[in-house]
Design a protein around this ligand. Sequence first.
Ligand code: ATP
Ligand code: MG
Length: 431
Amino acid sequence: MKNIQAIRGMKDYLPKDTALLQRIEGILKRVLEGYGYSEIRLPIAEKTSLFKRAIGEMTDVVEKEMYTFNDRNGDCITLRPEGTAGCVRAAIEHGLLYNQEQRLWYIGPMFRYERPQKGRYRQFHQLGAEVFGLAGPDIDAELILLTARCWKTLGIAEHIKLEINCIGSQSTRAHYRNMLITFLEKHVSILDADCTRRMYRNPLRVLDSKNPEMQTLLNDAPRLSQYLDSESSDHFTGLCTLLSQAGISYTINERLVRGLDYYNRTVFEWVTTDIGSLGAVCAGGRYDGLIEQFSGNYVPAIGFAIGLERLVCLVQAIYPDFTVQPTIDIYIVSYGIGTKSNAIQLAEQVREALPNLKLMTNYGKGNFKKQITRADKWGARIALILGENEVVTQKVVLKNMENGQQEMLAQSETVTRLSQILHYGERHYGN
Ligand code: ATP
Ligand code: MG
């Protein structure tokens, strides 16, 4: 194993990190379920052509960031850089879109070949939602409210801000695109390398350049809002009203565009300044044309994705002491000849009768004292101790780790006594 390391930008989640992630995921999942969304599980790889068509050939993701390879049959396959394309593909393939509304959510790893840094990885995780068959703006508002509730439940609402924008229809954008290119051409000598590269290929992306000089230049550029079609404007006004009436604060950021081609009308981001310059923890928008492009049937759609690494990073920045330590309820200590077999049997008896308890048995080395220390490390509330004498007499010593008291009881009474002490049945185990 010498010199074998993880792939750059793909990180391991050790048990402690995993426990924290699970806690956060659990909260998000409960919010989604509370709005009637159902989980969908999708493959992590799809045909490359799906992403090229859905995301767009000229986007950064497709041009530079995809993990693409030929499989053994020579088929061109890509590790998914995002979840929407696969979700749309699955919904069409399984006929989920005929006169039906769908409210779906997914979670899982995404892959993008980017320069790794804090909050930016090559394998990262997104939790996303997609709604099919609803034209909005009420559903747009619901998705935003849903995400707002996620932040509230996580206790981070004060640290994250909503930005929204309307990017109109494909045709409005085409018109605006030309006006923007004309403007950029006039200033080509002062454009930075990124903007020069994007000027013809994906000019709208120039708008969200991170370079302050480019942002200043853009103050004089034509504004997308002046080119919106009236349906898009009305939709946006409707959304703004619904949000205000629901008590959601937002900023209209006219330069908010999305990196993927399929968006139209509503786009939004939840941003924070607490994790450096990588502001967006959650991003989403409407993509009414995408399903028609694949299936020929017009089905309006909207979705968002939360970057889980960035969310965890934000939670940790706000609550530096918030860690989740994996713990157990009961630790079985055994020492001496014949005690291991008895310990295994006793453990199984307890698990059979009290299935929601977390119980761990000590194996291998260690005298009583060392094993008790381990029980303590795991946060066990009770240690069950077996020595050679106890095996002979079929008794067990029960040590209450919280107050240090010990008692000896018949092994056959263990389950009854444990449920008394731990108030099993009253307390809610298994969370
Ligand atoms: P950015 O502008 O930061 O590159 P993006 O526009 O490419 O983001 P989306 O495609 O909208 O991002 O993805 C939704 C969310 O997924 C982002 O807001 C972010 O939280 C997260 N995300 C995107 N790329 C990465 C990455 N490489 N590592 C970690 N999280 C990511
Ligand atoms: Mg990106």
